[in-house]
Design a protein around this ligand. Structure first.
Ligand SMILES: [Zn+2]
Length: 477
């Protein structure tokens, strides 16, 4: 065995290794010790995982990003065939100093690469045997993408989730439940395992009915829930129907992810009143990582963790890149070297603002969270409308139990029908008048509304599918 190869030797910082070896050491160190990392930072009431890193000035953040990007490019380019091809002739040092020279990466490129090189594609920087975790996207935006992680990439996920939990004031005494059937979707695996590695008792709650899950979380005096906004509302609805007083329970916080609802005021208000708990919105993507979180101090928006991601805004019309404002969010992750993404076009429409937050972070803020998927945008009478904007209005009406948006696309014009399932006691005539007036006033079009009987529309445990797009001619699916 070569000198420096045994794990113990490699972990000793002063083992006389060369500079190249010490780069390698960093990842080994991370893998072995990240589980204990949070415990070492555990100061009651401390809302940071790494206060120094999270409160850097914008100029210092940029230096951290540049150094991490350089280290990443240097580490991945020797063996990552996908980026070798895309970044041919690019000097890592120059690219890290000015990343606007790097090309974008798109979902379509990754999908095409995985189709041409099944099953995992060529965006792998290390030998396949190094990878231990498999996840895939839900496929709501087309063909599912497969994503692999090495132990140290997964440790990076944990560290980022620890940041999210700390920013929300999670304490050691908090007890988590994840009312979710664990499958290949990444979100709640990472949330669950990171709560465990932070030292919090964490209960899986897959394979149960909603009623059984409610009983389970009450019986076990759970304080924190992790689920989609849709399912948080569904659980509150079932609790109401069954006479369970959720606001009187020990639950004090809901971490919601997977959909935009957590930062939509009316959805948020419905969750918070239904549970008597504070909502913390979160945004992450299987292919990118958990990139944004809500701090305790400023509800209704998300901080991008800029010590681990570079955020840019792309104007959808001109393609121009900006540092803030409204447009498509473009992200580069800096710590998932096994399968990185450089200038990835997320397809999410956001409004990004840069200013110091009351939580003392300079991290960019996405006002109102994720405002919608660019692909889901509907053009109605010349207006660009996101389904989330319609949801924001519909959720203000407590007489609406569930809804669906049916869009018929015809040339540049779309027709939208809003299918509403009212609560059993709702008075549909006044509900119709209220919804029509609110949409006309705030979104400038008159909607077609159809009511269906209570219990007709589907309920969802994971991401809801409330948008139905139909072709222009026959209206068939
Ligand atoms: Zn903040």
């Amino acid at each position: 065995m070569e000198k420096g190869n045994s794990p113990d030797e490699r972990l000793r910082p002063d083992s006389g290794s060369t500079r190249a070896d010490s780069l390698d050491l960093a990842s080994v160190w991370d893998c072995r010790h990240v589980a204990n990392l949070a415990a070492s930072f555990r100061i009651p009431g401390m809302p940071f995982l790494d206060e120094k890193l999270e409160t850097l000035t914008p100029a210092a953040i940029r230096i951290v990003q540049r150094e991490k990007l350089y280290a990443m490019l240097d580490a991945i380019l020797p063996d990552n065939a996908f980026y070798q091809k895309k970044l041919q002739g690019i000097d890592p040092e120059l690219a890290a100093a000015d990343w606007s020279k790097l090309p974008f990466t798109t979902r379509a490129e990754i999908q095409a690469d995985q189709a041409a090189n099944p099953p995992f594609g060529t965006n792998l920087s290390f030998p396949l045997n190094d990878y231990v975790r498999f996840h895939q996207t839900s496929g709501s935006a087309g063909v599912p993408m497969r994503w692999l992680d090495r132990p140290c990439d997964w440790a990076w996920w944990h560290r980022l989730w620890h940041t999210i939990y700390r920013a929300a004031g999670v304490m050691q005494t908090d007890r988590f439940v994840f009312p979710f059937s664990f499958g290949p979707f990444i979100g709640f695996w990472a949330g669950f395992e990171s709560a465990v590695s932070m030292g919090n008792l964490s209960l899986p709650a897959g394979g149960m009915t909603t009623t059984a899950r409610l009983k389970f979380l009450l019986d076990n005096a759970v304080t924190v829930i992790g689920c989609t906004p849709t399912y948080a509302l569904r659980m509150a609805e079932v609790a109401r129907n069954e006479g369970i007083d959720l606001p009187a329970s020990s639950v004090r916080a809901l971490f919601v992810a997977g959909e935009p609802g957590g930062s939509i005021p009316a959805v948020r208000a419905a969750m918070e009143s239904g549970w008597g708990a504070r909502v913390f919105d979160h945004s992450g993507m299987t292919e990118l990582g958990p990139y944004a979180f809500e701090c305790l101090e400023s509800p209704g928006g998300l901080h991008v963790n800029e010590s681990e991601f570079i955020a840019e805004i792309r104007d959808p019309a001109s393609g121009e890149i900006r540092q803030d404002g409204a447009g498509e969010l473009v992200l580069t992750n800096l710590g998932r070297w096994g399968a990185p993404l450089i200038r990835y076009r997320t397809g999410d429409h956001v409004h990004l603002r840069r200013e110091l937050c009351t939580c003392r972070r300079h991290f960019a803020r996405l006002d109102g969270g994720i405002l919608g998927r660019i692909d889901d945008m509907i053009v109605i009478r010349g207006n660009n409308v996101f389904p989330t904007a319609i949801e924001a209005i519909l959720r203000e009406f407590s007489e609406i139990a569930e809804f669906r948006l049916e869009v018929t696309d015809a040339r540049a014009m779309s027709e939208l029908k809003i299918v509403i399932e009212p609560t059993p006691s709702a008075e549909t005539k006044s509900l119709l008048a209220g919804v029509t007036a609110a949409i006309r006033d705030r979104l400038s079009f008159r909607p077609i509304v159809e009511f269906v009987k209570p219990g007709t529309l589907p309920r969802f445990e994971m991401k809801a599918r409330r948008l139905l797009r139909k072709p222009s001619n026959d209206g068939a699916n």
